[in-house]
Design a protein around this ligand. Structure first.
Ligand SMILES: [Zn+2]
Length: 627
């Protein structure tokens, strides 16, 4: 039991719980079994006087039997044919018929595999005790115990320093898998359909290893859609543009923008957290953060940086973007090596080996990435997390107002928590303007400027809980200041309600909070955060929206005409009056965005790629010719 205290159990509760209790209430281990197949018990007994001898080696057995038994098969029936005369009475010594319990074999594995102590002393000593073992929870009284008990008896030492104790795998409905029920999943089917990497990643990330887990081939397939493809798309974006630009990339990038500094800061947080988790044998926390990072890299860093890769001049900003993304991808490949070994090496071979012959042959031979603490900027990470959160709220507000992102709006206003968050809204105003396509960003004067809240006590939940006291509690909640009550509940706090001298804690899930946007705003909120967009369109905003819609049609046409990203074009436009005015007003924006050298109002020539379309009540025919 005192040795067990020194073992790192995952999950931790097994140490004191299932395993600790078993040790505390230990019962005698009957070593013998009445079986035929297995390891014979090496005990011989005299037929006449019952004198017993235990034999410790083949050499000792040979000496007793008076012949060389080094070639003897030590199993039954052969070993039972070895006899000698009793040293006490001269009677016949016969082996007892019993075998050793097979669990004893399993627990003897660390010594038996090396035939220790007869051979391989150094090899055994260099590998014992084991750093890490892993098996399912049903082994607590089996293999985990037999290893621990035997090593304690023999050496007074643990047999393993770390152990991951796995929960059992169930089918997709949470039922135990069984052959007779026909609900087993054949591993080869999963491997053939989704590959070993996705299979492994699912097992690492789905639940902590000690939990029982549901499993189906479809759940593994989700990994490919949600994670693998996201990473692959970022990688393939980098490769596509790097092949065009042939940039000089470095893995010690100089960050020139907040965006680069932020990605490298998040990357070093990732290296730190993943490394710490692996050192603690905490598999979900060594893998899930990689998923979160890749999501941020794809939906924020890359999306915000695309233009830096697209632009034609190769300045230091472009070089910084290449180096930052390169560093992130190479580091992610290394962090993925233990959990997605095939994909990790595929990324590494192309990103590293193809440009550096001196690099280690495989990601699995490369050094584990080191944390660069000086690159971590926690306050920048917090600010950017807030920006992403508010942007996502802004987009939901837009959706509620049914306004596409391409349509510029006059203003976005936010309500946030503390002073540093208010400062971040001002610092990153440009980013909000660009992301949300608004002309102005500000803080809401008060959280009630753009919306009003109502609270409605839920009769089902509260009625069940408080019975005939419910009407009085309901009345008391409705009598409260609705805004104050709503904010408490939205921040996941309970509501203190006083009724007839008694106090009740009403929980957030027992009251429905509704937000009503005020006239002219579209609003979305989450906890303490509110994003409000001014929805009214001025004629200028409407025109700009039309120009952006037009650009999208041209970009689609470029794609369907199979143009290269860098090809320049001549553009022919026939448009209804409103759209023509918009195109003229935003001529420069349109020509820059679509790489147009010459924009002509008139019908496209023969052989031009063309498209006809209508939007926002306008009509257009667009034709393009590659230059
Ligand atoms: Zn005897």
């Amino acid at each position: 039991m005192s040795l067990n205290d020194t073992i790192n159990w995952v999950p931790e509760h097994v140490k004191e719980g299932r395993f600790g209790n078993w040790l505390a209430n230990n019962i005698d281990w009957a070593l013998s079994r009445e079986r035929y197949w297995g390891t014979p018990l090496p005990v011989w007994e005299c037929e006449a006087c019952k004198h017993r001898e235990a034999v410790g080696s083949v050499k000792e057995l040979s000496e007793k039997a008076g012949r060389d038994l080094s070639e003897l098969d030590l199993h039954r029936p052969y070993v039972d044919q070895v006899h000698w005369d009793c040293s006490e009475c001269g009677g016949k010594m016969r082996r007892v018929p019993d075998l050793i319990d097979v669990w004893f074999d399993s627990g003897s594995m660390p010594v038996a595999q090396w035939h220790y102590p007869f051979e391989n002393k150094e090899k055994f000593e260099s590998q014992f005790p084991a750093d890490y073992i892993c098996e399912a929870v049903d082994q607590t009284r089996g293999w985990f115990y037999s290893l621990h008990a035997i090593s304690t008896l023999l050496f007074g030492e643990v047999s393993f320093k770390n152990v991951i104790c796995l929960g059992l795998i169930q089918d997709a409905e949470g039922q135990k898998m069984s052959k007779s029920k026909g609900n087993i999943v054949v591993p080869w089917d999963v491997l053939s359909a989704h590959g070993a990497d996705a299979f492994r990643w699912y097992l690492y990330t789905a639940t902590p290893p000690g939990n029982e887990r549901r499993f189906s081939s479809d759940l593994v397939g989700e990994i490919i859609r949600s994670f693998t493809l996201t990473l692959w798309n970022v990688y393939s974006f980098f490769v596509t543009y790097a092949n065009l630009d042939k940039p000089t990339v470095t893995t010690l990038p100089i960050a020139t923008s907040d965006l680069d500094r932020w990605l490298l800061s998040e990357l070093n947080v990732l290296v730190r957290d993943v490394t710490e988790a692996y050192e603690k044998y905490d598999v979900p926390n060594a893998t899930r953060p990689i998923e979160a990072f890749v999501e941020k890299m794809s939906t924020w860093y890359l999306r915000r940086s695309r233009r830096r890769f697209w632009k034609s001049e190769s300045d230091s900003d472009k070089q910084a973007a290449y180096s930052t993304l390169y560093t992130a991808l190479v580091t992610v490949a290394k962090l993925l090596a233990p959990s997605m070994p095939f994909l990790a090496d595929e990324l590494y071979q192309n990103l590293v080996r193809s440009v550096d012959e001196a690099a280690p042959e495989s990601v699995h031979l490369a050094e584990w990435p080191a944390v660069l603490p000086e690159m971590i900027d926690e306050s920048l990470n917090q600010d950017m997390a807030l920006v992403m959160r508010l942007v996502s709220l802004g987009h939901s507000a837009r959706q509620k107002a049914n306004r596409k992102v391409r349509q510029p709006l006059a203003e976005a206003a936010f309500s946030v928590g503390n002073a540093s968050e208010r400062a971040a809204v001002e610092t990153y105003a440009d980013l909000f303007m660009d992301e949300l396509n608004v002309k102005q960003v500000r803080l809401l004067d008060s959280s009630t400027e753009a919306l009003l809240h109502t609270v409605k006590p839920l009769p089902k939940q509260l009625g069940q809980k408080y019975g005939n006291k419910f009407p009085a509690i309901q009345k008391a909640i409705l009598a409260m200041n609705a805004e104050e009550a709503a904010h408490k509940l939205l921040e996941e706090n309970s509501l203190k309600v006083q009724v007839n001298g008694e106090s009740y804690d009403v929980l957030p899930e027992e009251v429905e909070v509704k937000a009503l946007a005020k006239e002219g705003f579209a609003v979305a909120e989450e906890g303490a955060y509110v994003a409000a967009l001014v929805t009214e369109l001025t004629p200028e905003l409407a025109q700009e929206g039309l120009a952006r819609e037009f650009v999208r049609r041209v970009q689609d046409l470029r794609k369907s005409a199979d143009l290269d990203v860098a090809d320049r074009i001549e553009l022919f436009v026939e448009a209804s009056a409103g759209l023509r005015v918009a195109v003229e007003a935003h001529r420069e924006y349109i020509t820059v965005e679509t790489l147009t050298s010459n924009l002509v109002f008139g019908s496209p020539p023969q052989g031009a790629a063309t498209v006809e379309d209508g939007f926002e009540g306008e009509k257009v025919t667009v034709g393009l010719v590659k230059q």
